[in-house]
Write a protein that binds this ligand. Structure first.
Ligand SMILES: Nc1nc2c(ncn2[C@@H]2O[C@H](COP(=O)(O)OP(=O)(O)OP(=O)(O)O)[C@@H](O)[C@H]2O)c(=O)[nH]1
Ligand SMILES: [Zn+2]
Length: 340
């Protein structure tokens, strides 16, 4: 059956033409060659993969199924995979291609383990508000660490800029721009910056993270009204009645791009990072030559003769950034003590 015919017969067929079908077959007749696809979501032993124009419900091959612990995260949203047909109307995921980036967290429990929530994410859009709620550099710093350690390109979006007519947020904007990060200011009210944000969202796979109430849903809704509702319908078919609303998923955007929803990532807390890795997420701290600290294993928190603390005292490193660093060090230390 041709793709267009399937579309017409689909319960979703009266939607925009870019909206895909959930289809449980293959898109071409003949020999079942492996096809490349992208995982939109995993639930239980099945995954929904976008292959060409179709969204296919696929089974995971035995060795790809998560064991008792999901520590290995064998297949996650965002993964590029090869799928093939295994019997009438049955698709299986054969291979997962190497990941270029990841959003990870440490799953709690008696023995915490690294859990990958999503893979191959191109942009980590850190959304904060200029006001209401108050601008938090601590959140930005934690989010940047997650992005950099996951090899995802970060972007800072200062939303609700309409509530800041005297630009009291300007020093924060300047700080991060000087550090080399891309910062956009936006407002759902005046539409400032919305075009820039839209361009980024449509350019690949983006994760939008931010504290509650900063305007993430409003921004997304502005870019594509009803985005989450459209995907919910797709997912309802995929889940076949089961409720797994907590699964990480990629929302396809009309005209290209995906937005990643990570419900398990409410309180953004870097974890599972070693101290020397953490400092690599703070370029200006690295530039202060921490190798030359008086103590070889200096944590840069309280030791004398610390190059980094000296650079803070000399005003070469912003106090807020150093405080952000120290807070993350303390969290990571607490985590290590809990697991030992
Ligand atoms: N003035 C102003 N208000 C905004 C802007 N963006 C969002 N808001 C308002 O801020 C409130 C919170 O917006 P949401 O989009 O729900 O925020 P969120 O980040 O999705 O919040 P959570 O769902 O709790 O994570 C709503 O009342 C929005 O109308 C903006 O650019 N300017
Ligand atoms: Zn030091």
């Amino acid at each position: 059956m041709a793709t267009n015919e399937r579309r017409r017969n689909s319960p979703l067929s009266d939607g925009p033409s870019t909206r895909p079908n959930v289809w449980h077959g293959v898109s071409n007749q003949g020999p079942s060659l492996a096809q490349r696809g992208r995982i939109l979501r995993v639930s239980g032993q099945h995954a929904l993969a976008r292959v060409g124009d179709d969204d296919l419900r696929c089974e995971l091959r035995g060795r790809l199924k998560a064991g008792r612990r999901a520590s290995t995260s064998p297949v996650v949203a965002g993964d590029w995979v090869e799928v093939s047909q295994a019997g009438e109307g049955k698709m299986v995921i054969e291979t997962v291609l190497p990941r270029t980036s990841r959003i990870a967290r440490v799953a709690s429990g008696p023995r915490p383990f690294d859990q990958i929530l999503a893979a191959n994410v191109d942009h980590f859009v850190v959304v904060v508000a200029a006001r209401q709620p108050a601008l938090s550099t601590g959140f930005i710093d934690r989010a940047l660490v997650m992005a950099i350690s996951g090899e995802i390109r970060p972007l800072i979006c200062i939303n609700k800029i309409d509530l800041d007519p005297y630009r009291s947020s300007q020093p924060v904007i300047e700080l991060y721009r000087q550090l080399g990060y891309e910062v956009i200011t936006s407002s759902v009210k005046t539409e400032e910056g919305i075009d820039d944000l839209e361009r980024i969202l449509r350019s690949g796979v983006c994760a939008l993270v931010g504290p509650s109430g900063v305007g993430k849903s409003s921004l997304l809704n502005h870019v594509q009204p009803g985005l989450r509702l459209a995907t919910q319908e797709l997912m309802r078919q995929h889940d076949r009645g089961r409720h797994t609303t907590t699964a990480v998923q990629l929302h396809p955007l009309m005209g290209g791009g995906f937005v990643v929803d990570t419900p398990g990532l409410k309180q953004l807390q870097p974890s599972g990072i070693e101290a020397h890795e953490l400092i690599e997420c703070f370029p200006e701290l690295l530039a202060a030559d921490p190798q030359s600290c008086q103590f070889r294993n200096c944590t840069h928190v309280h030791e004398p003769g610390c190059q980094i603390r000296q650079a803070v005292d000399e005003g070469k490193i912003a106090a807020s950034r150093y405080e952000g660093f120290v807070r993350i060090v303390e969290t990571l230390q607490g985590e290590r003590q809990e697991s030992s």
